[in-house]
Design a protein around this ligand. Structure first.
Ligand code: G6P
Length: 615
């Protein structure tokens, strides 16, 4: 979850590292720091608690040197303070380290260090890494050996980037487990390393992620990658297609706003070439499962976390109705520690926009290692660990980088990817054929236009944000396909506006939450015209009878609902399967405008991070 950037080459490292930190700022932002090493071994280390601006303000002159590393922190062990910010150094300054993940055995390692006369200066687990490297260097090992030994000793998921004071012309990097990625970026006569691709894009699109268990010695002229047994791995970087311009905010105030507004395009890009009407069908070349394999499936299990899990909950309906298969959707952090019974007849679909969420990767590894069930990853990041764990069977979302911490466009695209996958399975199994298949594809192709038209309701959502900005609680209700959307609306509300919100299946509301309802509790009711509309209508009556303010999201032209509700947000008439794409827009925009009305930091909400790589 922390952001990491490193540079080695002929340019001044300080500005490159600082600019990389700005791009990584969405990963963690409670403190930041950098270290720059000059060719004569002079070392400058700067670190500050607080937003990156604090570090920038403290840098009156950029430090000299052509090798540097930087870090944005999301605290796990130790308070948010200057001293706990990265980089961390060995006591003698010989090893300089930035780290992402958790060194699970850090207490034991600290004791070992103390027994050797080394006292850690910070409260972090991370500091044991440079201190141990320093110890091995003092015992006479070279940096390669010291680094490799420490990688073998630290437990848990960890990503590490290090510099050696005595050899300023190179960097070290390693990925152990699923604590987040390490990507090498190959320039002309310079090398970059970062925790994810967007930080590298202004400099290079030629990248190579380190696989789990790989480490690299990175020099401008020569880079060596090895696994932990010492076997060399070829440096074979791939071109990534991400557009650096897409990482900029453009005319928008926030990345989240930009990403909400670009959802029609994100959806079209995700669907393009995959869903076609003539002949009706879907093409998913990247899903390497044959028709025979798809026909032998008896069940689907979708796993994910946060917003991706909510997309998975929508996907469950798609799998049931379009693929005709019993489907469950599970929270990956719960699933991975249960003992579910799976086999080759269960398809496991992992939804993770980053492809790096530790619990989702843990669930996939569990499935691979214990049950050998077929797996598909739905992700926005090519070459991510999720893709590897799915043995290359992936559906890329093609959304471009998503910078807003609260996911929006990747949620839309994940629902679309699940829809396409359900059609693919349904067609292979004969559940969808002829006119039914055509209708299903046709419906999906309307989604980008429907989302576009729903975005025109932004002003009403802004007004809801203005009027409701001082409430303490919100309730979101939905049924069927709208239940996950109610969960997603409430999550967005909590994430960025800090208003407590609950998302509930409307039928369940009577079994508890209704006790909370009074005039001060706005209820967002997602009630498009679908087969559950009449039931939803009754639930709206029930909350109105208890004085709640009802903000109804319904189908345009629904005069009855418009008259009954305090606020009515229309969505275009559409196939009920497509309605989640439309209702997602008010769900996102209400949260966005609540947050902006309250002056909250939309793109960097407190305590959150874009990619969660710790348990
Ligand atoms: C974090 C982000 C959410 C995201 C979730 C899952 O909590 O803040 O926006 O939905 O992680 O991330 P993934 O990358 O697996 O989709």
């Amino acid at each position: 979850m922390c952001g990491i950037i490193g540079y080695v080459g002929k340019q001044a490292a300080g500005p490159i590292v600082l600019e990389g930190l700005q791009r990584l700022n969405y990963r963690g932002y409670d403190s930041s720091g950098l270290a720059v090493l000059d060719h004569d071994g002079a070392l400058a280390v700067m670190k500050r608690a607080g937003k990156l601006a604090e570090l920038e303000a403290s840098l009156t002159t950029p430090p000299a040197g052509r090798t540097g590393i930087g870090h944005t922190r999301w605290a796990t062990h130790g308070a948010v303070s200057d001293g706990n910010a990265h980089p961390h150094l060995s006591s003698d300054g010989a090893a300089i380290v930035v780290h992402n993940g958790i060194v699970e055995n850090y207490r034991a390692l600290r004791e070992r260090l103390a027994a050797a006369g080394v006292e850690c200066r910070s409260e972090t687990d991370s500091e044991v890494i440079p201190q141990l490297i320093g110890l091995y260097l003092r015992e006479g090992h070279d940096f390669d050996e010291a680094f490799r030994r420490v990688l073998g000793e630290i437990e848990g998921g960890n990503a590490v980037v290090a510099m050696e004071r005595r050899r300023p012309e190179r960097l070290y990097a390693a990925r152990l487990g699923n604590a987040g990625g390490i990507v090498l970026g190959v320039g002309g006569d310079e090398m970059f390393v970062a925790s994810d691709v967007p930080a590298l894009l202004p400099h290079t699109t030629l990248v190579q992620p380190l696989a789990n268990g790989q480490w690299a010695r990175i020099g401008a002229a020569e880079t060596t990658i090895r696994d932990l047994d010492g076997a060399e791995v070829a440096l074979a970087p791939q071109r990534v297609s991400m557009d650096p311009v897409a990482v900029a905010k453009g005319p928008y105030t926030h990345f989240m706003q930009k990403e909400i507004m670009e959802q029609p395009r994100a959806l079209s890009d995700c669907i393009r070439g995959r869903a076609h009407v003539n002949p009706a069908g879907v093409s998913l070349e990247d899903v390497r499962l044959s028709d025979d394999q798809l026909r032998s499936l008896r069940r689907v299990l979708i796993v994910g976390m946060g917003t991706s899990m909510h997309a998975g909950m929508v996907g469950r309906y798609y799998m049931e109705s379009l693929a005709g298969l019993p489907t469950d959707c599970d929270n990956a952090s719960e699933f991975r520690y249960r003992a579910p019974l799976l086999g080759p007849e269960t398809l496991v679909v992992a939804v993770t926009q980053s492809g790096e969420t530790v619990d989702t990767l843990g669930a996939m590894a569990q499935v691979r290692d214990h049950w050998g069930a077929p797996r598909v990853a739905i992700t926005n990041v090519e070459e991510s660990e999720a893709t590897r764990l799915a043995a290359g069977s992936a559906i890329y979302l093609r959304c471009g980088p998503e910078i807003g911490v609260a996911s929006t466009k990747t949620f839309m695209a994940s629902m679309a990817a699940l829809y396409v996958l359900a059609c693919r399975i349904g067609a292979a199994r004969g559940h969808l054929r002829g006119a039914t298949l055509e209708r299903a594809i046709d419906a999906l192709l309307t989604a980008p236009g429907i989302v576009d038209r729903t975005l025109a309701q932004a002003e009403i959502c802004r007004e809801v944000g203005r009027v409701c900005q001082d409430v303490e609680h919100m309730l979101y209700l939905g049924r069927g396909l709208q239940y996950p959307l109610a969960m997603e609306g409430a999550l967005k509300c909590k994430e960025i506006s800090y208003i407590h919100a609950e998302g509930y299946p409307a039928g369940e509301m009577k079994h508890g939450p209704i006790a909370l309802i009074d005039r001060s509790m706005p209820v967002v009711a997602l009630a498009p015209r679908d087969p559950l509309y009449d039931k939803m209508w009754s639930n709206i009556q029930q909350v109105q009878a208890r004085d709640a303010t009802v903000i109804a999201v319904g189908t345009e032209g629904d005069a009855e609902l418009e008259a009954a509700a305090d606020v009515f947000i229309p969505i275009p008439a559409c196939d009920p399967l497509i309605a989640p794409f439309a209702t997602a827009i008010p769900a996102q925009l209400i949260a966005y405008y609540l947050a902006t009305a309250r002056g909250a930091d939309v793109d960097q909400p407190r305590h959150l991070a874009k990619t969660v790589t710790v348990e």
